[in-house]
Design a protein around this ligand. Structure first.
Ligand code: PLP
Length: 389
């Protein structure tokens, strides 16, 4: 008989009752060191006191009002994001997928309004933009689209890092290029800064919009508020979610005034998106994560963790091939199956996340402390010894 929960996930037989910082406690009382953070969602770990205080205070005042009214908490978060980024305007969603949908709609509307109805959006193999019909068509991988056709048309899929292919594919018919500055699901693959710069130039040469999906790599994860800041260039549209809510479902699309120019009253909406509860939490997360001293710590901790991971790889050459990533969006390219390593991690009471390309993702809370990084390395070492045996 089918389980009461639709069986679309292969779940580990683990359930947690509570969490604090980088630790989760299972039903049997065992504590696990959490290096997945809900897949880059719990940016400040579990039950962060400032977030608990913020959500409790807002919950006692006002949870939800419709977007047919002004929502001051939403305006405040939008203004913070506009001040800290390239963007002139923000739309709030409840997830990354919804952000992808709007990025696609915004692009189409932009070109329609220009009287140049370009529809083609270029995307890359290994990318992930969510699970809606539009988002799976955008990513295009067999695994995600199989059985769900006919797919939404308008996407051209290129190989990742195929510079020549990209140069040939970008034309005056290209509406936009959509890319993750660091591929998450695809296996922690950062796009080199010079490639992001080249991409910006290519888009500018044909007037195409540049869309960054920073749902996983944004909100401080790379050691800058947004990953693309390292490259010095900016997109026209950016999708954000995961970390911005710290565990509350919240996402958004940031855009320049020009890119957003087609999105006038009545062209898009969301019942829950931008509600007072979500935006109060989002503003607190953004305030903490965008602080320069906090980001400097992410960089320091990322370097510390990485150094330890390099030694781990060196001491288990049959298990691991290399370390990937930057800041606290790190990966271990495996020689043995990544899913075996995730299981060995459960036995060693450390939680990691598998990604494509036989990679293990390490996406700890951005405020993980040095002692927990040291403990993480010990437990990863235990898991590695176990699968090597
Ligand atoms: C997780 C993710 C999404 C989808 O976000 P959801 O909140 O699961 O809908 C989109 N893009 C990237 C890069 C992601 O990592």
């Amino acid at each position: 008989m089918i389980s009461a929960v639709l069986p679309t996930y292969n779940r580990a037989p683990l359930a947690f009752t509570h969490g604090a910082g980088s630790w989760l406690t299972a039903e049997d009382g065992t504590r696990y060191l959490d290096l997945g953070a809900g897949i880059a969602v719990n940016a400040l770990g579990h039950a962060h006191p400032a977030l608990v205080e913020t959500i409790s205070a807002q919950a006692a005042k006002l949870w939800h009002v419709s977007n047919v009214y002004r929502i001051p908490e939403q305006e405040r978060l939008a203004e913070m994001l506009v001040e800290k980024t390239f963007a002139d305007t923000v739309f709030f969603t409840n997830s990354g997928t919804e952000a992808a949908e709007l990025a696609i709609k915004m692009t189409r509307k932009y070109w329609t309004e220009k009287g140049d109805p370009r529809v083609e959006i270029i995307t890359f193999a290994g990318s992930f933009h969510g699970r809606s019909t539009g988002a799976i068509a955008a990513a295009g991988s067999e695994k995600m689209v199989k059985g769900f056709g006919p797919l939404m048309p308008g996407f051209t899929h290129l190989d990742w890092a195929d510079h020549d292919g990209l140069r040939a594919a970008i034309t005056r018919k290209t509406a936009a290029v959509m890319i993750e500055p660091v591929q998450g699901e695809g296996g922690i693959r950062p796009v080199p800064d010079q490639c992001l710069k080249g991409l910006r130039d290519l888009c500018d040469s044909v007037g195409a919009l540049l869309i960054f999906d920073e749902v996983q790599c944004g909100m401080g994860r790379t050691g800058r508020l947004f990953a693309h800041e390292w490259s010095g260039i900016t997109p026209d549209i950016m999708m954000v979610a995961k970390g911005i809510g710290g565990g509350f479902p919240l996402g958004c699309v940031l855009a320049t005034e020009n890119a957003a120019s087609g999105m006038t009253a009545g062209t898009h909406g969301s019942t829950y998106g931008g509600n007072p509860l979500g935006c109060a939490v989002g503003a607190k997360v953004t305030e903490i994560v965008s602080d320069d001293a906090f980001l400097a710590e992410v960089n320091r901790k990322g370097a510390l963790f990485r150094q330890g991971l390099e030694s781990l790889v060196a001491s288990h050459p049959k298990v691991f091939e290399a370390v990937r990533g930057m800041g606290l969006i790190l990966g271990l390219k495996m020689r043995l199956p990544n899913t075996d390593f995730v299981k060995a991690g459960y036995a060693a009471h450390v939680l990691t996340i598998a990604a494509a390309d036989n990679v293990i993702r390490l996406l700890p809370a951005l405020n993980i402390d040095d002692a927990d990084i040291a403990e993480a390395l010990r437990r990863l070492d235990t898991a590695a010894s176990q699968i090597a045996a």
